[in-house]
Design a protein around this ligand. Sequence first.
Ligand code: IMP
Length: 192
Amino acid sequence: MRLIFATNNHHKLKEIKALLSNRYEVKGLSEVNIHEDIPEPHDTLKDNAIEKAMYIYKKYGFDCFADDTGLEIEALDGRPGVYSARYAGENCSFQDNVNKVLSEMDGEANRKAKFRTVIALVENGIVYTFSGEVEGEIIPSERGTDGFGYDPIFLPLGFNQTFAEMPLSIKNTISHRARALNKFIDFLNNRK
Ligand code: IMP
């Protein structure tokens, strides 16, 4: 079965392809010749995930799924949350975002954080959503060079490697995105 993943983020595409490769042929937007930024105008992950999948469904007419992810830091009242991609401003880099979080967390004793993902599937115009999260902490300085985004400063609970230090095969067993995706896969497998 072929699934279109409504993303231009090649890191996410790599993760999802690794998770689904046994059963599904996953294509990112550029692989089906769509080269445009999809709007993320809402203030919840769920609404943005639905918006991205619906945008592609309405404009191009095929079923697809999309995800929206946020890093929620307890001491920052849940920020950056839904604004994780552009926390340090429009057109900022992953590094700019990491630097902003590290400076806001400087001297903060409560380091608790979690990543949360919502996946939205649009199939024949009907929307289904699946969510996943992983708890952990924000460490005081970056560790590791793999992964993307906030991975170098996120230490998942029960592990001593950050998401940027551990192999993708381990991140993909515990991550927010993997957990949401497993619910999505169960849904695909269990329906009639
Ligand atoms: P998006 O809006 O779902 O594309 O994700 C928002 C931002 O969250 C991204 O730009 C990344 O900075 C960050 N992000 C999403 N997923 C991950 C992840 O698995 N690890 C680290 N950062 C992530």
